[in-house]
Design a protein around this ligand. Structure first.
Ligand code: ADP
Length: 247
């Protein structure tokens, strides 16, 4: 498949909670090789869309296609197995386990290792080391995850997701709560991982960071995409300014 083909495609996707339609007939694609941003006012449906794509929520209607397959009826772990990874707005590390144990903990079927992760050897151990070096935390492998700064924990979570060799990673507010001194590293790491062939869809409120990192930017408003384009065009789009100021 040539680069730039749709890796994720959402068609006519809807999901309501009671009388409230959180995602409303949304259609969009994420092209292979991109770092695509998903921005929009609070309550516009971004998190709901993430949960529909990863399988934590079921759609009321519509289709989700990933890497040439329809995935909206598949359980979350099968989607993970196909190459869909995500991080969370608030990190979900095992705080009492070491950084390295956290990175090797996830299993491809969606479960977690119950044996102490020190038992992990060979290819997986090497990959964990490589990934911790990649996110710049090789020297902290044996510290408890809970002792790291919040931004460092987010980088550990990224290494953890990368352990399963995803094709697409959904990042939920990667910069949220991260110390400004770590933001440059975060951007660098995401770019680096992207250069190795991983596609990203990023929900992020830090617009300067989005402009620096992402292309294209998709603007969500009231449950569906309102505009899409390169960051400099999106920032000047009157419709987009309206959507933000109108809330
Ligand atoms: P965003 O991530 O863009 O801030 P969300 O997807 O979190 O938007 O929310 C979209 C709308 O759906 C909001 O009005 C929110 O209150 C509502 N919503 C989200 N999840 C639930 C839920 N589990 N139950 C009821 N309402 C929900």
């Amino acid at each position: 498949r040539p680069p730039g083909e749709p890796l994720l495609a959402v068609r006519g996707l809807s999901r309501s909670f009671g009388g409230l339609t959180a995602v409303d007939d949304a259609s969009m694609v994420v092209r292979e090789g991109t770092i695509t941003a998903l921005i929009g006012p609070n309550g516009s449906g971004k998190t709901t869309l993430f949960n529909l794509v990863t399988g934590g929520l079921q759609p009321d209607k519509g289709e989700i296609w990933f890497d040439g397959r329809r995935i909206d009826r598949l359980p979350p772990w099968t989607r993970g197995h196909l190459g869909l990874g995500r991080t969370y707005q608030v990190t979900r590390l095992f705080k009492e386990m070491t950084v390295r144990e956290n990175v090797v903990a996830p299993l491809p079927d969606g479960r977690w290792r119950t044996m102490l992760a020190d038992a992990v050897r060979g290819h997986e151990a090497e990959r964990a080391k490589e990934l911790l070096d990649l996110v710049g935390l090789g020297g902290m492998a044996h510290q408890k995850a809970g002792s790291l700064s919040y931004g460092q924990q987010k980088l550990v979570e990224l290494a953890q997701v990368l352990m399963l060799e995803p094709k697409l990673i959904l990042l939920d507010e990667p910069a949220g709560g991260v110390n400004p001194s770590l933001l440059d590293r975060l951007v660098e790491v995401i770019r680096d991982v992207n250069a190795r062939g991983v596609t990203f869809l990023v929900v992020e409120h830090n617009i300067p960071l989005v402009s620096e990192l992402c292309d294209p930017v998709i603007v969500f408003s009231a449950g569906s995409p309102l505009a899409e384009g390169p960051p400099d065009r999106i920032r000047r789009d009157p419709q987009v300014l309206d959507a933000y100021l109108g809330v």
